[in-house]
Design a protein around this ligand. Structure first.
Ligand code: TXA
Ligand code: MG
Length: 322
């Protein structure tokens, strides 16, 4: 299949493809999503196939409005209204009781579905144009980092999907916060830009779910082709770089900005601001190639969410200076 590369002026073509049961990748504010008409079981099957995604890892559904969210779900606790009014459209996915309107393979054996209103003009205009709920997980092959540029999607899925809408680099750069809203208080299943503190401030309570409650947690997170070691200080970074160099290793480092006088094979620059760090992280992880480096050492970063994703990608986390 030839994958069409489209832009924001081709919303009608995208809408037609989706209505015809084809699957299309487009940007959201977090990462690129791979969308199918959520009502069309055969289209949803194509998403699992293109991503090589296990059938028991449910798909999120993107919707344009709170009304549509309510149509797809039931038994919605009152606090959800407040959360939606505060944080949506935005990088937050609500797991709610499934009303059974979407195709059964969207969330497999579960009685719930994850629903999100994305805050991105392209995603919103596609949702508006089609009037459909769109099942849309991240548009990467399973086991790869989520895509933050059209080039990442092309790398993983070109030839396997009908089209990719190029909307440039995504703004947030990391996946949405996923919260289980089926109980008395919201429970965080996946951390993101919207934190437990943010949610607590608005509705008075929020907990972290025990880590294995999210279906995807039984699958391995992305790790680069070479060992990635996360350290906790600049001194530790410098020391470890020297240690690896003495072993004749080609060393790469992930740092906020270029470090003078550090002689390494590769410097992957993540930027000085927390928002920049999040936006650049997956691009940097994808850039790590075993043809270029034998080991990568990452400096620590201030952003908790960046550290969370770095810890998941790391083969080793050095906790404190010995
Ligand atoms: O920011 C995002 O959420 C992006 C953009 C494209 O919307 N999407 C995304 O999708 O990251 P995905 O499929 O890579 O991650 C969604 C996560 C998965 O780990 C899945 O297991 C979980 O949400 N999830 C989906 N439906 C669920 C449900 N009913 N119950 C619990 N977890 C669910
Ligand atoms: Mg994903």
């Amino acid at each position: 299949m030839e994958t069409k590369i489209l832009d924001q002026n081709n919303i009608e073509i995208v809408g037609q493809l989706l209505r015809n049961g084809e699957i299309v990748a487009f940007p959201t504010e977090t990462v690129y999503g791979l969308a199918a008409n959520a009502i069309d079981e055969a289209a949803v099957t194509k998403v699992f196939a293109a991503k090589d995604r296990p059938q028991d890892n449910p798909l999120n559904v993107l919707v344009e409005t709170k009304d549509m969210m309510k149509q797809l779900t039931m038994d919605i606790p009152d606090y959800v209204d407040v959360l939606v009014d505060t944080f949506s459209p935005g990088p937050i996915t609500y797991v709610l009781k499934n009303a059974g309107k979407v195709a059964p393979n969207v969330s497999g054996d579960l009685t719930t579905i994850g629903v999100r209103i994305p805050d991105h003009p392209i995603a919103l205009s596609i949702l508006k144009y089609t009037g459909l709920p769109l099942a849309a997980p991240s548009a990467n092959k399973s086991g790869r980092p989520s895509p933050t540029t059209a080039q990442h999607v092309i790398h993983d899925l070109s030839g396997e999907i009908a089209a990719i809408v190029d909307g440039g680099k995504t703004n947030v750069g990391l996946e949405s916060t996923v919260i289980d809203c089926t109980g008395e208080i919201p429970m965080i299943l996946r951390t993101g830009l919207i934190t437990k503190e943010d949610i607590t401030e608005v509705v008075g309570a929020c907990d972290m779910a025990p880590s294995l409650e999210m279906p995807s947690n039984k699958y391995k997170h992305y790790t680069p082709e070479v060992p990635l070691i996360l350290v906790q200080s600049k001194a530790q970074l410098i020391e470890l770089v020297e240690e690896e160099k003495r072993k004749n290793k080609r060393v790469g480092v992930i740092v906020p900005e270029a470090v003078q006088d550090m002689h390494v094979q590769k410097m992957y620059i993540l930027g000085k601001e927390e928002t920049e760090n999040a936006r650049n992280l997956y691009d940097v992880l994808r850039a790590i190639q075993k043809t270029e480096v034998d080991v990568v050492i990452s400096a620590p970063f201030k952003s908790k969410i960046v550290m969370n994703r770095l810890e998941q990608a790391a083969s080793k986390v050095v906790h404190k200076a010995d």
